[in-house]
Design a protein around this ligand. Sequence first.
Ligand code: A2P
Length: 285
Amino acid sequence: MTEMTPVTNAEAQQTAPKTRAMPDAQTVTAVTHWTDRLFSFRVTRPATLRFRSGEFVMIGLMQEDPKTGREKPLLRAYSIASPSWDDELEFYSIKVPDGPLTSRLQHIAVGDEIILRPKPVGTLVHDALLPGKRLWLFATGTGIAPFASLLRDPQTFEDYDEVILTHTCREVGELAYGRDLIDHIRSDEMLAELMGEGFHEKLRYYPTTTREESAKMGRITDLMRSGEAFADLGVEAPRSETDRAMICGNLAFNLELKAMLEEYGLEEGANSDPKHYVVEKAFLD
Ligand code: A2P
């Protein structure tokens, strides 16, 4: 039998592994690469985490500080794409080749661990909107993520008679995550049971591309300005009496659409002051 030799503090420091246990670690359960620029992944959900569909959390990986050589968390805000009733958490991300986080995060595999700070926040929540009849969800690129959560939340269809998701991307391949989501929502029987009667008829999907040929081309902002989007959907332009909206995309898109909604007479709401529309940036690296 070998005797255990007590390790002194000094020795322990020398032999300690370089990577210390990760704080707030969650395990990756699935990874899907949609294009060479886009991927989604699922992780275990902390037992205590409660969130409202549409909120975001900080997630990331440990990274060595080049100055001190110490490991510290590198975190970014990510919208939770899964609904609040799901056992796991889903995220949808861009891969930025030189991005400090996504250049590494894109290589995660099932069984790996990521950091997830369990403090959800955000404005793309039902609580920030006054009651209305029609809900517009306007997204570009990965900005669809919070809507992937909201579109699988029964409350979305309980609160509105009609829910219109618009998604503008540069190329057709970038629409795949959203298309798959909508197909799943429309065909999954278990989900249908959960979402309540008639929700299928309420859901409208309006994908557009700007740099590759597809069934509907153009920026949603231009398509609204010309009236084409409203004619396609058979609806009027948004009005403060009936319409509510959530915006999530790149900064220029958010600003342009926000100005348009204001012109239609809608006002921006917040958790503490619900009104007609809310905006959030799709966070990029
Ligand atoms: P475009 O190709 O005409 O720039 P990105 O990948 O750069 O975040 O863009 C995602 C999508 O958002 C692209 O289709 C892009 O169109 C569109 N977009 C960019 N800026 C605006 C804007 N101000 N209004 C509407 N759509 C925009």
